[in-house]
Design a protein around this ligand. Structure first.
Ligand SMILES: *Cc1c(COP(=O)(O)O)cnc(C)c1O
Length: 390
């Protein structure tokens, strides 16, 4: 198996080698990474729920009562009362008839897309959609067509040309995970109606964050009930683990019978389900958490824009800082780390060669002091790495 070392060597030579950074202790704004205290600006734990006392307590109580494992897949003997309660809870939260749980968001996308479309169908996606959507589309054997990021006239042209396929499925992230911008959902929904396609959105980064009640971008745009398939994850703002899909009773019943990533894997552990329910309770009952996150987002976005950084039109808690080449991006990321700030550099194949960036994400639990420290280090970066302005 000599090819292993040869390929690893090639990855290293291109500056694309990836290492795991080990965090000691819980997921908090301040963490210990490799023995160094660091401010973490790289987590999807947007509301700080991953280490919230209420989620921990709910999880501990569930473990006492139900044990740690579900013991089987959902359709054999793994469906415990917490699973169905959580599914009802999610459906209520999203204002839909029904919901189905998956063991992760990745598995949710895989299960839904592969069971809804096949060889005679077409899946139409935004070029910046999450890898799990692309993988699912490939695995479905449907024709995969891609439109440039948020380009609605190209989407329309594709739809015009696709009328011969049996089914047309448009899938998009509602918040794009690397650019931090929003999909133009109202336009997508109206194009889908015009050309008889159905729409699926991935609310991984929007759930708990967007909309007045934290229900997601669907709520933010006033499109509740108008999108056929809404997928989300319990692993980001909700602080726990698991994926879900909401929609009509019939859609969910169909997925229970068809989605292979639901059928052929062990059900989520009870402690995780209980934590998710506690997370949903907090999101519904404590809007202050979301308000704090948005205050932090505005503060940092304004500060960095004032210094002249290119934030790529970010409208969300995900704030990319465009740098350009791989070398400079990684150099700045290393410099940040030396200053006690963790923000990863994002490189190919995740983003194009000349669009490397620092990808920052904010949390409700960052303090004003944390944010001021970040801005202070970025003003040094501006002088050190961008001489003569950029
Ligand atoms: C994180 C993410 C997923 C996968 O969710 P997990 O629960 O982490 O498996 C799917 N889609 C998008 C857009 C994501 O950002």
């Amino acid at each position: 198996m000599d090819f292993l070392s040869k390929e690893l060597q090639e990855i290293k030579e291109k500056g694309l080698y990836r290492d795991l950074r080990i965090i000691t202790g819980p997921q908090e704004p301040r963490v210990i990474i490799e023995g160094r205290e660091c401010l973490l600006f790289a987590s999807n734990n947007y509301l700080g729920l991953a280490n919230h006392p209420r989620l921990k307590k709910a999880s501990q109580e569930a473990i006492e009562r139900y044990g740690v494992g579900a013991g089987a897949s959902r359709l054999i003997s793994g469906t415990m009362e917490l699973h169905t309660r959580l599914e009802e809870r999610i459906a209520r939260f999203k204002g839909r008839e029904s919901a189905i749980l998956f063991s992760s968001g990745y598995l949710a996308n895989l299960g839904v897309i592969t069971s809804l479309v096949g060889r005679e169908d077409v899946v139409i996606v935004d070029r910046l959609n999450h890898a799990s959507i692309i993988d699912a589309a490939r695995l479905s054997f449907a024709k995969l067509l891609v439109y440039p990021h948020r380009d609605m006239s190209r989407l329309e042209r594709i739809l015009e040309r696709c009328q011969a396929y049996k089914r047309r499925l448009i899938v998009t992230d509602s918040i794009f995970s690397m650019d931090g911008d929003l999909a133009p959902l109202p336009e997508i929904v109206s194009l889908a109606k015009k050309y008889q396609a159905f729409v699926m959105i991935d609310e991984a980064h929007a759930t708990g964050v967007f909309g007045r009640k934290g229900r997601g971008a669907e709520e933010h745009f006033g499109l509740e009930g108008e999108i056929d398939i809404v997928m989300g994850t319990l692993s980001k703002a909700i602080g726990s683990l698991g994926g879900f899909v909401t929609g009509s009773q019939r859609l969910i019943e169909y997925l229970r019978n068809k989605a292979r990533s639901f059928i052929y894997t062990t059900a989520l552990p009870p402690g995780v389900c209980a934590a998710s329910m506690a997370g949903l309770d907090l999101i519904e009952n404590e809007p202050l958490l979301r308000e704090r996150l948005w205050q932090n987002v505005r503060y940092i976005r304004d500060g960095l824009l004032r210094m002249g950084f290119d934030l790529m039109g970010s409208e969300t808690q995900i704030i990319p800082i465009l740098i350009g080449g791989v070398g400079k991006t990684m150099e700045i990321s290393e410099y940040l780390f030396s200053q006690g700030i963790f923000i990863p550099g994002i490189r190919p194949p995740t983003v194009p060669e000349d669009r490397c960036r620092l990808r920052m994400s904010l949390m409700a639990t960052h303090t004003r002091e944390d944010l001021d420290r970040l801005l202070e280090v970025f003003s040094v970066i501006k002088r050190r790495f961008f001489r003569g302005g950029s």
